[in-house]
Design a protein around this ligand. Structure first.
Ligand SMILES: NC(=O)c1ccc[n+]([C@@H]2O[C@H](COP(=O)([O-])OP(=O)(O)OC[C@H]3O[C@@H](n4cnc5c(N)ncnc54)[C@H](OP(=O)(O)O)[C@@H]3O)[C@@H](O)[C@H]2O)c1
Length: 155
């Protein structure tokens, strides 16, 4: 069993991601956004267990509310966090000013980091580090390829 949490799951890319993840065997989903009715409809349509939480991720208590939900409904387990919720509001900076920029940062940057920080303690152990006893490559060898950053099973 693995638990995946998708923010911004009420519409668009987040909803599509939830539908895709729901087809992974043994997956449980946590759907997060503000519009509860959309989350409920999506949760009920999915082939796996899915819970949902209506929350404004820019609210001060949002990270705590999400973590509390995860602990109450999924035993505090989290294997995948999809920090998808976000928005873009167009505008000429001369007219909209810094307040407009700040609105973007609160949702697209601050909320992402605050939620990630709050949920870090729920996540399982990190993947094993590469062995430090591996022999060093010969001088002049090309740099090793970077480690994959996403599950290999997802197309
Ligand atoms: N589509 C693109 O071409 C594109 C391009 C670049 C980046 N992106 C980024 O990709 C992500 C998804 O895009 P999309 O096209 O699927 O957008 P979308 O359909 O507008 O979906 C945005 C999602 O974020 C949620 N959300 C917005 N504000 C929120 C808040 N304060 N608290 C909680 N949830 C909030 C919305 O749900 P509620 O309204 O129900 O809260 C919705 O589920 C966004 O971060 C977007 O900025 C998209």
């Amino acid at each position: 069993m693995s638990v995946a949490l998708v923010t911004g799951a009420s519409t668009g890319i987040g909803a599509a991601t939830a539908v895709r993840l729901s087809r992974e065997p043994g997956t449980e989903l946590v759907l997060v956004a503000r519009r509860e009715e959309l989350l409920r409809e999506l949760a009920e349509s999915l082939p796996c267990r899915a819970t949902y939480l209506s929350v404004d991720l820019t609210a001060a208590d949002a990270p705590e509310r999400v973590r509390t939900h995860l602990e109450a409904e999924h035993g505090g387990r989290l294997d995948l966090l999809v920090n998808n919720a976000g928005a873009a509001w167009r505008g000429d900076f001369a007219e909209t000013g810094y307040a407009h920029v700040q609105r973007h940062m609160e949702l697209n940057f601050d909320a992402v980091l605050r939620l990630t920080e709050s949920l870090c303690r729920c996540c399982g152990p990190p993947p094993p580090a590469r062995s430090s006893t591996s022999p060093a490559p010969p001088a002049g060898s090309p740099a090793p390829a970077p480690a994959p950053t996403r599950p290999a099973s997802l197309p």
